[in-house]
Design a protein around this ligand. Structure first.
Ligand code: GLU
Length: 506
């Protein structure tokens, strides 16, 4: 096996990628990049019944949006292509034949109806039907282990439907290794003879997956816990072929916010947060599922929260850039137990990464989603963004936090009026207008010096001036610094708003 690390992300294009899948891709990416290895994308599309048009593009766009692009894969041909299993179809049959020749696999001709009736018979007796050593040679099943060579050949020649099954050994103990879970012992008597190949000429997931991992010289298989039950078969397939197996790491499940049960594709709509990286339109049902991108998340935030779902840096550090993740990532620090998904924490991460974005870029995004800003100079919007972004988790929070920078507030918050407007407020505010008239240097610093100086000199309570002033400018007792707002909207607009308030309330 080659010494350089080669890992793969091997999704089936059956619909949108669940964020658990993105986490699998991320862990593969981090592991590869830390060791200057190669991150391969392989599309496992052998099951044509489940194939969904557009799903592959969705997967690639998701990885690119997260900034974790693959090195080899569809459209980025390397030395191990093609990277879609449907384009590798011709490769698999010879491997199934090889296993038959070695006595490690056999033909089975049982029809779906026959298998179903065996299942029902067993159930009626309180048992579970398993196609393995227990049943396969009892004469009720139709396979090349019970038929003579001639009978088998006759069926094949007659074009009867068949599958090729793996011959699982009886009374053996398998010793499996997983980087995250340690040593695992499996009694082969509980394993069924999994189907490897079907008469439609298509391999099943198991055969195609092992053959491709071998041919693509994959050194580490990092995938979700749901594939752990397949590990015993995969190990045996490597043994049967006489190939060296890669190392395996099965990542823990991502659990619902309650901690009970796996976070499913349907939980997004039910629980009110996205479970997909990008919004996805189901072309059959026309329904649209939310995505992190469209919900206003920064890819850095998504990558950061996904990295901490199951991986523990061993320190208190929570904020990690992609570079830092690559340096710190270690499969040995991935937990066995499920990782609870915390939607509030994802917002916290987004808030953090919001502060790191450039104001002019945020301003452009803000302008795109807010029609009121169409004709407003982006530099002005950018200055507003700088003043409010520390209170925002998303660009979509901006308008609520900043509309008074762009238009005169029309609504007055009742509670705020009660708190800020007293009998003498009209008189004080009229004086404030006159004061503002005299201020020629209308900068934030000077406004602050002049107005605070005036308050002190006239021995008026600070709140008696600042609260009605804020109320006039914002329509409520919230928002950034009053002097910043005054400066931004300018002298005339400041005076107009104070005047409006006096007229409305007296
Ligand atoms: N095609 C499988 C999936 O959809 C790949 C599992 C694996 O990584 O072996 O997840």
């Amino acid at each position: 096996m080659s010494q350089t690390v080669r890992v793969r992300f091997a999704p089936s294009p059956t619909g949108p990628l669940h964020i658990g899948g993105v986490r699998t891709a991320l862990f593969n990416y981090l592991f590869a990049k830390k060791q200057n290895g190669t991150f391969v994308l392989r599309i496992e599309d052998t099951d044509q019944n489940r194939y969904v048009e557009g799903a592959e593009d969705y997967i690639i766009e998701s990885l690119n949006w997260c900034n974790i692009p693959f090195d080899e894969g569809p459209g980025k041909e390397g030395d191990f292509g093609p990277y879609r299993q449907s384009e590798r179809k011709h490769l698999y049959k010879q491997y199934a034949d090889e296993l038959i020749a070695k006595g490690k696999a056999y033909y089975a001709f049982d029809t779906a109806e026959e298998l179903d009736s065996h299942r029902k018979d067993h159930e009626a007796n309180g048992k579970t039907f398993i196609y393995n050593w227990h049943n396969r040679e009892k004469g009720r099943l139709v396979n090349s282990l019970v038929l003579s060579e001639e009978e088998t050949q006759a069926k094949l020649d007659a074009g009867e439907d068949y599958v090729i099954r793996f011959l699982s050994p009886q009374d053996e103990t398998l010793h499996l290794k997983d980087i995250i879970r340690g040593d695992i012992k499996i009694d082969t008597n509980i394993l069924d003879d999994k189907v490897l190949f079907k008469s439609d000429g298509m391999p099943t997931y198991h055969l195609a997956n092992i053959v491709d991992d071998h041919l693509m010289e994959i050194t580490h298989v990092i995938r979700g816990e749901e594939w752990l039950p397949s590990l015993a078969l995969h190990y045996q397939l490597y043994q049967a072929f006489g190939w060296e197996a890669p190392e395996f790491a099965h990542l823990p499940l991502i659990l619902k916010p309650t901690g009970k049960g796996k976070l499913s594709k349907r939980d997004g709509d039910k629980l009110g947060f996205p479970v997909f990286p990008l919004a996805y339109k189901d072309h059959k049902t026309e329904t649209i599922s939310r995505g992190y991108r469209e919900d206003g998340y920064f890819p850095e935030a998504v990558v950061n929260f996904l990295a901490l779902l199951g991986w523990n840096p061993g320190t208190e550090q929570e904020i990690f850039s992609l570079e830092e993740l690559i340096n710190a990532f270690d499969l040995n620090k991935v937990n066995k137990s499920g990782a609870r998904f915390d939607p509030d924490k994802t917002k916290w991460f987004n808030h953090h990464y919001m502060q790191e974005q450039r104001d002019d870029e945020l301003a452009t995004d803000f302008k795109t989603i807010q029609p009121e800003l169409e004709d407003i100079d982006v530099n002005y919007v950018s200055m507003v963004v700088a003043l409010i972004k520390e209170r925002a988790n998303f660009v979509s929070d901006f308008w609520e936090l900043s509309h008074f920078f762009f238009e005169t507030p029309t609504d007055l918050d009742e509670k705020a009026v009660k708190k800020a407007w007293k009998e003498d407020s009209a008189e004080i505010m009229t004086k404030v207008i006159s004061l503002i008239d005299t201020i020629s240097d209308y900068s934030v610093e000077n406004l602050q010096t002049e107005i605070k100086g005036w308050i002190t000199k006239n021995e008026i309570g600070f709140g008696k001036v600042m609260m009605p002033l804020r109320l006039a400018l914002v329509g409520a007792l919230k928002g950034p610094d009053v002097f910043d707002i005054m400066f931004m909207i300018g002298k005339d607009e400041t005076k107009r708003r104070i005047d409006n308030l006096i007229n409305t309330l007296s």
